[in-house]
Design a protein around this ligand. Structure first.
Ligand code: MG
Ligand code: FE
Ligand code: FE
Length: 165
């Protein structure tokens, strides 16, 4: 932990660390949801779904890394026990119990919307108080907005295909 780096933050750092760890848990669950979704997805346009799910899984893992780096920098510890992810997370883990593409991608949209809410709140909270975390959160939020759009576009293409058949 850098003492001065921590001292310049205009927020309760321990409270901020709790919120960063909650987001960290969200990212691991999202990563796994997409990773396993890519492995089992079925139905028309499944190749496109696999490509999006695989890309998004990699992004969520990268987000987990970005959050971990900041948590450690602030003197915190990222959750060390995966058993604690689900109970710490903001967003529910949406188990892909139905492997059909519309179900998997629908759950993805729900997850991205939850993530957008989480990072919008963190962005407001850190605005003018912690520019470094604010910048990290903005970068993650930018990806989550992109993810929601990617998944929605895929569902729209599927709908279009159904109509034209
Ligand atoms: Mg994408
Ligand atoms: Fe993410
Ligand atoms: Fe995402």
């Amino acid at each position: 932990m850098g003492t001065k780096g921590r001292a310049i933050i205009g927020l309760d750092v321990d409270e901020l660390l709790k919120l960063l760890n909650k987001a960290f848990a969200d990212e691991w669950l999202a990563y796994y949801q997409y990773w396993v979704g890519a492995a089992i997805v079925k139905g028309p346009m499944k190749e496109a779904a696999i490509a999006e799910l695989t890309e998004h899984a990699a992004d969520e893992l990268r987000h987990a890394q970005m959050l971990t780096d900041r948590i450690v920098q602030l003197g915190g510890t990222p959750i060390t026990n995966p058993n604690h992810w689900a109970k710490t997370a903001n967003c529910a883990y949406l188990e892909p119990s139905d492997p059909y593409i519309t179900a998997i991608i629908g759950q993805g949209i729900e997850g991205e919307r939850c993530a957008i809410d989480v990072y919008s709140r963190l962005l407001k909270l850190t605005e003018g108080k912690d520019p470094i975390t604010n910048q990290i959160v903005l970068s993650i939020l930018t990806d989550e907005v992109d993810h929601e759009e990617d998944f929605q576009a895929l569902l729209e293409d599927l709908e279009e295909m159904k109509k034209r058949r």
